[in-house]
Design a binder for this molecule. Structure first.
Ligand SMILES: [Zn+2]
Length: 357
């Protein structure tokens, strides 16, 4: 990343600085370590108008920077329209499957109104926006293709994984009584009931309060020859009571930095079995993230990518992990503790999987 950033300083553009937070150990601090600073903290240098057109530089994973105008022509799409030049140059690419909004210098982008994280902040070279080739291939192209639920099985097999269990209780509700492991199990059971009456075969990695290693959850999905795998969780921001919203995760494609590393090495060169499903993972994540946002009041913390999630890496099927809200936030904790709300979350998952409810 540093090498790439240096290349663009020469072209008159500053890339997003990465903040490093060393003294906090909670979820949020790790997130700050891998997410660019807020746009207001990112003064973008005025573009150098006579800067030479940079030859699309090559990064150390053989990805290249691609001018969006040229890419759009190849893809038979209109050129992205410039929506704003300050505080960051912002572009909208209109497609038949939703509008892609991206900002130069920011990894945060939107597709059809849903937040996503690019691996690399788009760059501005000779007054043109450039995207990294891997972001185009691994994010833009799958979303451009739509969100098909690729499953040839007439009775699709879904393995649902209620997060935590037994000694591992997960996050504690700020209301003081309950734990994440109870709510994830209840959510999974509700999804199971809805899908089972609609022709799906649904298996839960645990159907009671017991410890279960991540590797056993993966092995369970393999044993049942699952077509899809969903791991269900609720979130915590420790003492940050204000943080709230929905996050949906899939495995980071090889060559891209993760949205969040949580202390994991995040070696960009690593490829895992689940990387064979990069496109389907993202499409599945988008489908479910969208229907869940309709339930949670559109508190959107984005579709994200991570490598540290051992329950996703070895999966030989599309697999995602959903963080359905913050138990450390009083409003969301109250909602999550309400069975009627958990039923809505379950219905949202079912709708995301194509069940008309
Ligand atoms: Zn969890």
């Amino acid at each position: 990343m540093a090498l790439v950033a240096a290349a663009f300083v020469l072209a008159g553009c500053r890339t997003a600085p990465t903040r490093t937070v060393g003294h906090m150990q909670d979820w949020q601090s790790e997130e700050l370590a891998s997410v660019p600073a807020a746009p207001s903290a990112l003064p973008l240098a005025a573009p150098v108008t006579n800067a030479p057109l940079a030859p699309a530089p090559t990064n150390h994973f053989s990805g290249t920077w691609v001018p969006m105008a040229r890419w759009c022509k190849t893809a038979s799409l209109p050129e992205p329209a410039c929506l704003a030049t300050t505080p960051l140059p912002t572009y909208a690419l209109r497609t038949t499957n939703g509008t892609f909004i991206f900002r130069v210098g920011s990894q945060v982008a939107h597709w059809a109104g849903i937040e996503l994280r690019l691996g690399f902040a788009p760059q501005w070279i000779d007054r043109q926006p450039y995207l990294h080739a891997l972001d185009l291939r691994k994010t833009v192209q799958p979303l451009l293709a739509g969100e098909p639920l690729s499953c040839s099985n007439s009775k699709p097999v879904l393995v649902l994984d209620p997060g935590h269990g037994g000694e591992d209780a997960g996050a504690k509700s700020t209301l003081g009584r309950d734990w994440e492991k109870q709510f994830t199990l209840d959510w999974a059971r509700r999804v199971q009931t809805l899908l089972a009456t609609n022709g799906w075969q649904v298996f839960l990695t645990r159907d009671n309060d017991r410890d279960l290693a991540l590797s056993n959850r993966v092995a369970f999905a393999q044993q049942h020859q699952a077509d899809l795998f969903l791991s269900l969780h609720f979130n915590s921001a420790g003492t940050d009571a204000a943080q709230a919203g929905l996050e949906t995760y899939c495995l980071t494609p090889a060559g891209l930095p993760s949205s969040i590393t949580r202390g994991y090495g995040d070696d960009l060169a690593l490829a895992f079995p689940n990387n064979a499903f990069d496109a389907q993972n993202l499409q599945l994540a988008f489908r479910l993230h969208r229907t869940l946002l309709q339930v949670n009041g559109h508190r959107d913390r984005g579709v994200r990518r991570a490598r540290f999630m051992g329950v996703l890496r070895p999966q030989q099927r599309p697999a995602i992990l959903i963080e359905g809200g913050y138990l450390s936030n009083r409003r969301e904790a109250r909602l999550i503790s309400d069975p009627a709300y958990r039923q809505k979350l379950a219905e949202a998952v079912a709708r995301g999987l194509g069940i008309p409810l």
